[in-house]
Design a protein around this ligand. Structure first.
Ligand code: SAM
Ligand code: SF4
Length: 376
């Protein structure tokens, strides 16, 4: 039976690695890009008999816009030849400012891309420099305008806070600039120090310092207040959108809907099965050569695990979830089953229940971990 799902396509290439990033991506493997593109298409063909209908497609990375325009076109042609795609499918691409060109944008548009997500991180020269970004503040602004001039009416930008060298004044100037550009969507992430990154090494060596927890929260609240005053709705912990411009694809992750991930390291979630692809080129190519899915790990989750996951992910959304939905999906009486945890966190105003609806309060968004622990 035909099933409607989201498709994630992983592009593990960047021009240069940023000092904070541990995503599965390479700065010195451009030679394999054409082969990788061919194998992505072959991998998708392994799913051809599944009768999937795609209503969201998301190219993430790495930096999908690092690929030449004709290669992106080739992957999209491969998708259209392999899967059914709905007429109103949301098709997103992650880009970074230095690799965006007029030719690429025009190709993306011709191939059905309708949501453009550009990683900006900060508009401050010093912050950009320490992060290891290749673009200047002006390049980010110019490329944003280029997208608009070419008719892209759904543009998102990624920003980060709590970066070294970014105090509250710099953060405020970043927010001013973001509001002035007026994107349709902003993802605003708190810097995480990841293993085996330069930031981790520099932190250990005392070369950079992090802000304390209170400053991190002050910055977050400032972002929430200012973006909300500017008319952005916060619909998830890190996501702010103009009306109707929430990321449909990302909502599939948080609402535990089905998605297929192709490309190295990509994860899939289909019904109760979760599987993740290999992270090595050699293994990825070898599996596909043998007509096998390049899957490295796969688990069947039981309903109980899935139910906890449903709660954790849905609570990332500001509107939380409907209790009748979880009751129906997992055959439980949610209020009864989690009575103790709910009573405790209602008392401390971590969560709010209104009718059928449960969600984190503003305070709960900051201290949600304890709620998760009690649910688990
Ligand atoms: C795949 S990148 C986006 C596209 C492109 N590669 C770029 O960097 O412009 C996804 C986003 O994850 C965020 N990110 C990456 N590493 C992070 C970290 N250590 N802490 C917080 N956010 C991070 C950044 O905002 C980045 O834009
Ligand atoms: S943040 Fe983006 S450009 Fe920088 S290394 Fe990570 S994926 Fe590549």
């Amino acid at each position: 039976m035909a099933e409607t799902i989201g498709l994630y396509v992983h592009i593990p290439f960047c021009q240069k690695l940023c000092h904070y990033c541990d995503f599965l991506t390479f700065e010195d493997q451009d030679d394999v890009i054409p082969q990788y593109v061919d194998y992505l298409i072959k991998e998708m063909q392994l799913y051809q008999d599944r009768d999937y209908i795609l209503d969201t497609i998301y190219f993430g990375g790495g930096t999908p816009s690092h690929l030449e325009a004709d290669l992106m076109a080739k992957i999209m042609d491969g998708i259209y030849a392999t899967f059914k795609v709905t007429d109103d499918c949301e098709v997103s691409i992650e880009m970074n400012p230095e690799s965006v060109t007029e030719e690429k944008i025009k190709t993306y548009q011709a191939k059905g891309f309708n949501r453009f997500s550009m990683g900006v991180q900060s508009f401050d020269p010093k912050v950009l420099q320490i992060m290891g970004r290749l673009h200047s503040r002006q390049t980010a602004i110019d490329k944003f305008h280029l997208l608009r001039d070419l008719g892209c009416d759904n543009v998102s930008i990624d920003l980060m806070f709590n970066n070294p060298r970014q105090d509250m004044d710099i953060l405020n100037r970043d927010i001013d600039q973001a509001i002035e550009l007026n994107p349709n969507h902003i993802s605003y992430y708190s810097l995480m120090i990841k293993d085996n990154t330069n930031f981790q090494r520099w932190l250990k060596a005392g070369r950079i310092k992090l802000f304390d927890e209170k400053t991190d929260r002050d910055m977050y609240h400032n972002i929430q207040d200012r973006l909300s005053q500017a008319g952005f709705n916060q619909y998830e912990i890190s996501s702010f959108a103009r009306d109707g411009k929430e990321s449909r694809h990302n909502k599939k992750y948080w609402q535990l809907e089905n998605y297929l991930g192709v490309g190295m390291g990509a994860s899939s979630n289909i019904d109760l099965r979760r599987f993740t692809n290999t992270r090595r080129f050699k293994d990825y190519f070898a599996a596909i050569d043998q007509g096998q899915m390049p899957v490295e790990s796969s688990e069947m989750m039981d309903l109980e695990e899935r139910e906890k996951e449903f709660i954790m992910l849905n609570m990332r959304l500001r509107k939380g979830f409907d209790i009748s939905v979880i009751n129906q999906r997992f055959g439980i009486d949610f209020k009864e089953k989690y009575k103790d945890a709910l009573e405790k966190h209602l008392k401390y105003k971590v969560i709010q229940i209104e009718g059928d609806h449960i969600y984190f309060t503003d305070y709960g968004l900051d201290v949600g971990n304890q709620f998760y622990l009690d649910i688990l």
